[in-house]
Design a protein around this ligand. Structure first.
Ligand SMILES: [Zn+2]
Length: 283
């Protein structure tokens, strides 16, 4: 069984109700984070978890609302006693980001190493515990009784970016006979449809309801950058998923949230849920 905890269901715009993108996937006693946007550490603690227990971190892409809390997550885990490896997977450039975070925290890291040495309980260097692996679409990771496959998705490439310049992934997570797909940030595309094919649960980004698209900018966003609720419905239908949870929701009125839900349900026979921060869903 897998358990998905939504730590952040919002957008880059700071919000009390919805933190930036971060998700916890638990498979047995293995703890996997998928993205670590603003609020990730506080929300983990809100649900009774400890950053020290995070074993794997999968990054979908490098927008700041997906990685803004990465440094805090790593340092909080170490500060709480993490002495085993933490495996980080992400697009090309992820190792560079980690190196920069270590540069930012260099004095803090050296302070803690010294402090624990003086106290007589030396700790491993966090810089040695992090194991960063760059992935490309189609790559997988095989855990003990579970696996993850990365797939390429379309998130702003229509603005004129190649997939080499701007790598963006969704992830298909499998454990036993269950499949959980995390779309990442994407519009409706072959990549997300393939990742979600037959999934028990699809966590699908959905920024706007079609009903709130009232101009060129929002139209472009929905066509090129982030799926609308109508697109989410198309993805769910094409992929034949059992259940879909919407996330990455732009701030909107209750009426527009309802419109998003109705659009996403339209023509899709499975269950659709509007995601909310701290929602926990068993797969
Ligand atoms: Zn993004």
């Amino acid at each position: 069984m897998m358990r998905l905890s939504l730590l952040g269901t919002g957008t880059p715009r700071p919000s009390i109700e919805r933190q930036c993108t971060a998700n916890l996937v638990q498979i047995g006693d293995v703890n996997i984070m998928v993205d670590a946007g603003r609020g990730a550490v506080a929300q983990l603690v809100n649900l009774g978890h400890d950053p020290v227990d995070i074993d794997y971190i999968f990054i979908t892409h490098h927008h700041f609302d997906h990685i803004g809390n990465l440094g805090d997550l790593i340092m909080a885990a170490w500060n709480n006693g993490r002495d085993r490896p933490v495996h980080i997977f992400g697009p090309d450039g992820t190792a560079d980001i980690i190196d920069h975070l270590f540069a930012i925290y260099r004095r803090d890291i050296e302070f803690r190493l010294l402090e624990e040495r003086v106290l007589g309980s030396p700790i491993p260097d966090i810089r040695d515990l992090l194991q960063v692996t760059h992935i490309v679409a189609g790559d997988g990771y095989q855990g003990d009784g579970w696996s993850v496959v990365a797939g390429q998705v379309e998130h702003g490439h229509g603005l004129g970016l190649s997939h080499e310049e701007w790598p963006c992934f969704g992830y298909r997570i499998m454990a036993g006979d269950k499949v959980l797909t995390i779309s990442g940030d994407t519009i409706d595309c072959d990549g997300v449809r393939a990742l979600a094919a037959g999934a028990d649960l699809l966590l699908q980004c959905c920024y706007l309801a079609e009903a709130e698209i009232d101009g060129r900018e929002k139209r472009l966003l929905s066509d090129v950058v982030l799926a609308s609720a109508k697109q989410a419905s198309r993805i769910a239908r094409a992929a034949g998923v059992g259940k879909m949870v919407l996330t990455h929701l732009a701030p909107k009125s209750d009426a527009m949230l309802q419109a998003a839900l109705e659009e996403a349900c339209d023509g899709f026979t499975g269950e659709v849920v509007l995601g909310a921060d701290l929602m926990v869903i068993d797969v």
